[in-house]
Design a protein around this ligand. Structure first.
Ligand code: 8X3
Length: 247
């Protein structure tokens, strides 16, 4: 029987998820790349000698079909998520809030529930939830996203309490400003200028590989070491509202 450990990464088609899949593969994990965009993860899986399995975390049937195809799971990285819109609470679109809650919170719930039996059976399981500094600090026009990421954080803590005594570790990685090609573009519905403005003048935002490196470090600690939470920001971001920009 193979002793290779298996890692499932959701949202592996781009950004932090894709970089995490690569980083875990480089550490010797067999990586199951999961995402809606199957053609992208097939290319990735071929490159890292992993597996591509379609997964829409917002669809219970898709999650069930996914779980049926995945056998052993040692590490689950709940990365699928995102922000939709940037509006004050007064005028925010409830549908966008619902969509953010669905993917960031309920998506994590669905996948975690489906894979917990396999994580438990592995004898040394690890769940890494990708949170955000938005799960710790509020900012204007971010209410729906910050609320969802606060929920991600609390669900992570709850799970750690509930799994105490079992061979499953539970971690959260909470990145601040990470410049990925798609995050801000999705948030601003394809408006490239608005997306670019987020990072304008910031000398060195984080890149996806920086966050992947943190996940990979957590996943390679000995089984008795639980990294509860890891907040990671670029040097230029001292706080959510305190970002050094070069004019
Ligand atoms: C992304 C960080 O600052 O856009 O999770 O909320 S931020």
């Amino acid at each position: 029987m193979s002793t290779q450990r298996t890692a499932v990464v959701t949202g592996a088609s781009s950004g932090i998820g894709e970089a995490t899949a690569r980083a875990l593969a480089a550490e010797g994990f067999r990586v199951v790349c999961a995402a809606r965009r199957i053609e992208r993860i097939e290319v990735l899986a071929a490159e890292i000698d992993g597996l591509a399995v379609r997964l829409d975390v917002t669809d219970a049937e898709s999650v069930a079909a996914f779980a049926a195809q995945v056998e052993a799971v040692h590490v689950l990285v709940n990365n699928a998520g995102g922000a939709f819109g940037s509006d004050p609470v007064e005028t925010a679109d409830p549908d966008q809030w619902a969509a953010m809650y669905d993917v960031n919170v309920l998506g994590l719930l669905r996948v975690t529930q489906a894979l917990l039996p396999a994580l438990r059976a592995s004898g040394d399981g690890l769940i890494v939830n990708i949170g955000s500094t938005a799960g710790r600090w509020a900012y204007e026009k971010g209410g729906g996203y910050t609320a969802a990421k606060h929920a991600t954080r609390v669900v992570t803590e709850t799970l750690r309490l509930e799994l105490n005594g079992e061979p499953i570790r539970v971690s959260e990685v909470a990145p601040g400003m990470v410049h990925t090609p798609e995050f801000a573009l999705v948030r601003f519905d394809g408006d490239q200028a608005a997306a670019d403005a987020v990072y304008a003048g910031v000398p060195d935002p984080l890149v996806a590989e920086d966050v992947a490196d943190a996940v990979s470090w957590i996943a390679t600690r000995p089984a008795h070491v639980n990294i509860d939470e890891l907040v990671i920001k670029p040097r230029a971001q001292a706080a959510v509202h305190k970002v050094h920009r070069i004019p």
